[in-house]
Design a binder for this molecule. Structure first.
Ligand code: GUN
Length: 300
């Protein structure tokens, strides 16, 4: 079997189009422009690239984009003051504090200082609790993107066996909650799981989010299963020339694609969906803040 390739780049473009349509309607019918604020502390190069990309796409869908940059040695009080001002700003509907923060700042404290209604990352403890109890919440962007692609491919996920590999707060745990919410039978596998291959072989849906390059190989995959690869790992690629690198996922693409029914590539799979879902969450937050109907298909 050769797997269907789930094109995350095209899917993300479609989601951004839906967001842009909704933003246009909000402006036209209600005079409201959704606003997203991104806060970056320090000069981490990868974070700077993400933040620039987020700002550009926010503007492209017609939303207001605000960036706050603080020095790497900014105090916790400085950062909390920025978050407080954004919490109180009626033109800002979504707030994202780019992680990781420099080591002297308490990430949990900072994240939990964000107004949960504006927490478009879905990392605030209130949103974690709401998701865990099946209530309306802000949902973390990467798992939301994975869910959208799975729903699109399968229609209903009810009754499917799902294995999530990885137990992070950002991806693994919320992904498991979302799959449970769609009536999957969910297993969370991790570094201490015994006979992980056998557990993955039972899965109709595999979501790999461990950060270990090409760990999942085709012999782990049940024929016809759907493989969602969240990993983005840079590895040496001597075949491309000395000192060259390439991006790979947590799944060995060729061997998995030979067995799976559907698979997301890396790059061009889950990655582009994360920012698209951030924009979707911002529109959702804006609609909720104004007591308006939420966009369909853009929430969990
Ligand atoms: N750093 C890398 N990914 C993310 C993300 O999704 N949200 C935040 N806040 N920081 C990140």
């Amino acid at each position: 079997m050769t797997a269907t390739v789930i094109d995350g780049k095209a899917f993300a473009a479609k989601v951004r189009g839906q967001v842009a349509d909704h933003v246009a309607r909000l402006k036209e019918a209600h005079g409201i422009t959704p606003g997203l604020a991104v806060v970056l502390v320090g000069e981490d190069p990868a974070s700077q690239v993400y933040v620039r990309s987020k700002g550009k796409m926010t503007v492209e869908v017609g939303m207001k984009s605000v960036e706050h940059r603080l020095d790497a040695d900014a105090s916790e009080a400085d950062l909390l003051a920025v978050v407080k001002a954004l919490n109180e700003d009626p033109e800002i509907h979504g707030i994202l504090v780019q992680l990781p923060l420099p080591g002297h700042l308490n990430e949990d404290l900072v994240i939990n200082s964000i107004d949960p209604a504006k927490d478009v990352d879905g990392f605030h403890i209130s949103n974690v609790g709401l998701l865990g109890t099946g209530q309306k919440s802000m949902v973390p962007c990467t798992p939301l993107g994975c869910l959208m692609m799975l729903r699109d491919h399968h229609g209903s996920l009810s009754g499917l066996n799902a294995v999530v590999i990885g137990r992070s707060n950002i991806v693994g745990k919320p992904m498991a909650q979302l799959l449970l919410g769609d009536s999957c039978t969910v297993t969370i596998a991790h570094s201490r799981t015994k006979d992980i291959e056998a557990k993955v072989r039972e899965a109709d849906v595999v979501v790999a989010a461990v950060g270990r390059p090409e760990m999942v190989t085709g012999d782990w995959i049940k024929p016809g299963a759907t493989v969602i690869d969240v990993g983005i790992n840079r590895i040496d690629a001597p075949e491309k020339g000395e000192g060259k690198t390439r991006l790979v996922g947590d799944c060995d693409y060729d061997s998995c694609a030979a067995v799976a029914g559907a698979i997301t590539p890396v790059p061009g799979g889950v990655g582009p969906m994360t920012i698209a879902c951030l924009l979707a969450n911002t529109v959702t937050a804006c609609c909720r803040a104004n007591g308006l109907a939420e966009p369909e298909g853009l929430t969990a």
